[in-house]
Structures are given as C-alpha cells and as structure tokens.
Ligand binder design. Structure first.
Ligand code: ATP
Ligand code: MG
Length: 418
C-alpha cells in the first residue's frame, strides 16, 4: 500500500522549524500590543456568501481559488481564502461598533486556503497575520497600519523590503477611471483572457491585476488610477504620504498596484522583497471603506493588511536572520538499574513541577550513551544515578559547559537547580 502524503500545496511545520514560527508570532503579538491592537479569532469556515459579497465575484479568489463545499446540512461553506471578510463579519455580528472607536484588531497564523498552482511562495494552505483598524477615516490611520507592518519587519531584522503605495480612489473616482479604462481596453477585448473579458463590463479595474501574460502586456499602457483621483482622495493620499514621511518610512509610489480584492478604496499598498523569487509580496493591504456596508452594516471605514507568514519566513531566511534557538533541559538524569531509574523519574517530575526543565532516559541506553545523548540535547547539567549514589544519598551534578562537578545530597538536589 502506498503511504498517504499531505495534500498538494500544503506544508508541515516540523519541530525543527516551529521555534521560528513561535519567534515571529511573539514579535507580532508584542508589536500589536504596542500599537493597541487586540486579537480577534474567527472560524476557518464561513458561509460562501460572505466571500462572494466581501471579496467580490470578479476577483481571482472568488472566480478561481476558493475551497467551497456543501456541508451535510446542504449549506455552502468555504475555507477562509483571506482574513478580512471574516473579521468584518465578526465585527458586525458581535456589535464591536458599539465600543468606542477605532477598533484595532489583529489575527495571527490564520490558515488561509486558495486553490492555486503550487510553486515557490504559493501554497494551497498558507498562513496570514493581519490587522484591521475599523472606524477611522483619516490618513494617519492608514499610515499607522503601514508602520505597524514595517515595525514588525524591523524588529525581526528583515531588510531588503520596499513599501509600494498607491491610491485607487473612491467610487466617485472609480466611475471616471473605469470609463477611461474601458475606452483603452475596448480594442484589446478579443486578445484578453476569458475571465478578463467577463470583467470588462462588471469591474474593469480587476483586469489590471490579471496574472495572464497576454493581459499583463495589454495593461502596460492602461490609464492609472492615481491620475483619476477626486480632490478628497488626492488630499487623503497626500496625507498618507506626509504621515509616512513623519514616521521616517521609505516608500515608492507604484501606480500598478490595484489589489486583487473588490472592497478596497483609496490607499493600497504592498511590501515587496525582490530576493524570494517571483512571489515577492510579503504583505499587502489597503483601505476598504465599502466592505462593512457591503456586508449589511452601516458605512464604517476600515484599513488593514494581510501578511503571508511563509513568505515572511522566506525573507528572513535570505536575510540570514538568527532565530533564538530553544534551550536544552536544565538537568539530565543518567540512570542505570531499576531503583535509580524510578528515582530519576521522580526527580524529573519534581523539578518540572517547580518550573525547571529536566529529562531522563527513555531508551534503556548505556550510561555512556546517556551522557552522549544529554550532550546532544544541550542539557546544562547531568546527574548520574546508580545504586551506589542512592545508597549514599549523594549525587554529583556535572556542569556540561565547563565540566565542573558538585556533590550534593539527593534531598537538596531540586533546590540546587531552582
Ligand atoms: P498574489 O498577487 O501573490 O497572488 P494576493 O493579492 O493574492 O497575492 P493577498 O490576498 O493580498 O495576496 O494576500 C496577502 C498576503 O498573503 C500576500 O501578500 C502574500 O504574502 C500571502 N499570500 C497570498 N497568497 C498566498 C499563497 N498562495 N501562498 C503563500 N502566501 C500567499
Ligand atoms: Mg493571489
């Protein structure tokens, strides 16, 4: 019989890697605390309708990438393909708008599912960290969200990243822009991919984001959203830049960014590395003032981003970031014989109960092999336990760093390590 393998495009996080995730997670949590954001955990499954409305039916996610199935009750359910729609739903459903605004929410390590062609930097299950600040319109909020992302990169020691910003305007600007874009694209319609032909009437801006090489070529000369901003949107964008300047953030204006999701308005941004291959966007986000209303709430503004944790790890690897390595146990008990083995077990338990990490032999190894093993797992002290030690009531604790030994009564052993 053949072994069962993990589904294509999914990845195990092995024990030799998980400490890296823990480190990233702890820095993210610390940074969110500094910025006053609190965690909101939402389910991995949502009603499919949420993403149809909240992400938009002309997006790649909805058109091509969702894991959708019917559950046993006949409901259409979808595995989360992004974080924001679920956060907005939970915000509304739990009346978080009745609290004093703004509401700063984050999610961490959120499993995200997209049926994509697996390749470097593109998985079918990946994990996202993200923040959503809900309730505030001003450009300082956009800038704060962006600086939170930059602050995480800085604290993690990641360089080689560049912030790209753009504005795609509000529905008012969009009408004018869409008209200009249709005018430009009209002649190319037969050469565009089928999906984009369908987008032409409904949402032509999505065509700018298409990954098909033919469409990418066509949109190179297309009108740019930034040239069609109304006065309010232009002022808002200038504001975002001024606040980013005040924060000392470096950025480039990138008129090519329109973002793949329908709910964006105004500011859009990506943080990109050019050192991890073609899929270089580590973090992407923007303002989406239309989303909460779209989901049936009042008109409440919001701004946020999603950060791909696997891509972040990849950038950290190429930056040769040093991860804190998990420590070995404080004490290793090397025991031979029935009585000493029971004593080693008892002492290990006692130490662990007092918050000191300890380990004993599980493999019936020889004394010599036990010491070798203690060395391998990085034990700070080893204690040899044989019948003789038990009879005398005395043991030697050996410091592995300098080889020095200290003789101690067994009864006082736990105190010595605490
Ligand atoms: P792309 O243009 O690369 O497809 P996207 O616009 O679909 O990106 P977002 O929806 O903005 O991506 O997701 C936020 C972040 O999540 C991305 O910037 C990226 O870091 C990460 N991400 C998205 N899709 C994947 C994936 N399939 N595998 C790994 N990481 C991903
Ligand atoms: Mg995508």
């Amino acid at each position: 019989m053949q072994n069962i393998r993990a589904p294509k495009g999914t990845k195990d996080v092995l024990p030799s890697e998980s400490h890296k995730w823990h480190y990233i997670e702890s820095v993210m949590r610390e940074t969110c605390a500094l910025y006053g954001a609190r965690e909101l955990r939402t389910p991995i499954i949502e009603h499919t309708e949420l993403f149809l409305r909240g992400v938009g039916d002309t997006t790649d996610i909805v058109q091509k990438e969702m894991y959708t199935f019917e559950d046993k009750g006949g409901r259409s359910i979808t595995l989360k393909p992004e974080g924001t729609a679920g956060m907005a739903r939970a915000f509304l459903e739990n009346n978080l708008y009745s609290d004093t605004q703004p509401t700063k929410l984050y999610y961490l390590n959120s499993p995200t599912f997209r049926y994509e062609k697996p390749q470097a930097g593109r998985l079918r299950e990946h994990h996202q960290f993200g923040i959503e600040t809900v309730g505030a319109y001003g450009p300082e909020t956009d800038a704060e969200v962006i600086t939170l992302a930059l602050s995480i990169f800085e604290r993690l020691g990641v360089k080689d990243l560049l912030l790209h910003i753009n504005s795609i305007g509000c529905p008012k600007c969009r009408r004018e822009y869409n008209a200009a874009l249709r005018e430009y694209l009209k002649g190319y319609l037969p050469q565009m991919c089928e999906t984009c032909q369908g987008r032409f009437e409904k949402n032509p801006m999505r065509i700018i984001d298409c990954k098909e090489p033919g469409c990418r070529q066509i949109v190179k000369g297309a009108p740019r959203t930034i040239d069609y901003l109304c006065d309010d949107c232009r002022a808002h964008f200038e504001g975002v830049k001024a606040y980013l300047d005040a924060a000392g953030a470096e950025y480039v204006i990138d008129p090519d960014i329109v973002r793949g999701l329908d709910y964006y308005t105004g500011t859009v941004f990506e943080v990109i590395s050019n050192r991890i291959g073609a899929q270089g966007a580590v973090c992407a986000g923007g303002r989406y003032n239309g989303l909460i209303e779209e989901l049936g709430g009042q008109s409440i503004p919001a701004v946020g981003f999603g950060m791909g944790m696997e891509r972040l790890l990849a950038v950290m690897e190429v930056n040769e970031v040093k991860f804190p390595v998990p420590e070995g146990p404080t004490v290793y008990f090397a025991a031979m014989g029935d009585r000493p083995r029971v004593k080693a077990f008892e002492l290990t338990k006692k130490l662990r109960d007092r918050g000191v990490s300890a380990e004993f032999d599980h493999m019936d190894r020889s004394f010599k092999a036990q010491f070798k093993y203690a060395n391998k797992i990085g034990a700070k002290y080893t204690v040899a336990l044989g019948d003789e030690e038990l009879d005398r009531g005395m043991v030697k604790a050996k410091c592995m760093a300098d080889g020095s030994e200290k003789e101690l009564p067994i009864e006082a052993l736990t105190e010595y390590f605490i």
